[in-house]
Design a protein around this ligand. Structure first.
Ligand code: C8R
Length: 244
């Protein structure tokens, strides 16, 4: 053992599936529908667990398609009331604090499927019905991995369904508060429906103690403003929301 029978190096660059993935999604599903959002009404958590697992089990982890998640999206469908959608980019903690104190607001993690999947990792392997605990592909291996395709799809649907005034928390302590390669910049902004969304309100947040690196008058925010102008959606920007 040791030298001749050492551990093989992992196949993929990303970390393996979360241990107890199925138990975790089942438990989170029940917590969500019973405790977090009982208003949502009846959902079949066993079915949701099965649909989620069936989406990737036995499949090539680098060939995920949106269709793989069709049934899961159907079972997890949820509407967010107008004026209540909150997006974020590189400000996850802060956005979650905000939706915790301002009741009724929703980040994607405040919806059932976002809540279930937050911070988890998952993939399978061809020719096996097991979850891969060793490693999963990340962006270095392929774009069409199951985790990326899931978040892209869920984020797209979340933004397409938004209505009224929507908000976004951006990080002013990094060089591009609006990053067009992020999920927010690449997927969500472009999925907003001008027929439903009248205003996007951006909050540019500076970490106290750090020197601000981007502001409402910086060029990245200007880029965001131009995209919204093209869609006929009003844009407002404010720095440093504080009462949290
Ligand atoms: N959104 C995207 N990705 C999400 C997510 C989510 O709600 N929740 C988690 N855990 N993740 P980032 P971004 C994971 O770069 O790219 C939605 C994914 O693995 O700080 O702009 C949400 O509605 C993903 O690769 O932010 C939000 O508005 C990283 O975290 C944007 O998209 C993304 O982290 C945030 O995506």
């Amino acid at each position: 053992v040791g030298i001749l029978m050492g551990r093989r190096s992992p196949k993929w660059n990303g970390k393996g599936s979360t241990v107890d993935f199925q138990e975790i999604i089942l438990r989170r599903c029940y917590t969500y529908i019973r405790v977090v959002q009982p208003e949502l009404g009846d959902r079949d958590c066993q079915k949701i667990k099965k649909a989620f697992t069936d989406a990737f089990i036995s499949k090539d982890p680098c060939s995920a398609r949106e269709e793989d998640y069709d049934l899961l999206m159907k079972l997890g469908h949820q509407t967010v009331p107008c004026d209540k959608t909150v997006f974020w980019s590189k400000t996850k903690e802060l956005a979650h604090q905000y939706t915790k104190t301002q009741k009724g607001l929703f980040t994607l993690e405040n919806t059932l499927l976002g809540y279930i999947a937050d911070d988890l990792s998952w993939c399978g392997k061809v020719g096996s019905s097991e979850i891969n605990l060793e490693s999963c592909p990340d962006r270095r291996n392929c774009n069409s991995n199951f985790v990326s395709v899931f978040w892209n799809l869920l984020s797209k649907r979340f933004a397409e369904n938004a209505c009224g005034m929507v908000q976004v928390f951006l990080n002013g302590s990094i060089s591009n508060a609006f990053d067009k390669t992020s999920t927010f910049g690449r997927v969500e902004v472009h999925s907003l429906q001008p027929s439903k969304v009248h205003t996007l309100k951006a909050w540019v947040i500076h970490d106290s103690g750090k020197t601000p690196r981007d502001t409402c008058s910086g060029s990245s925010i200007n880029e965001l403003q131009l995209i919204l102008r093209g869609k006929n959606i009003k844009f407002t920007c404010q720095e440093n929301y504080r009462p949290i």
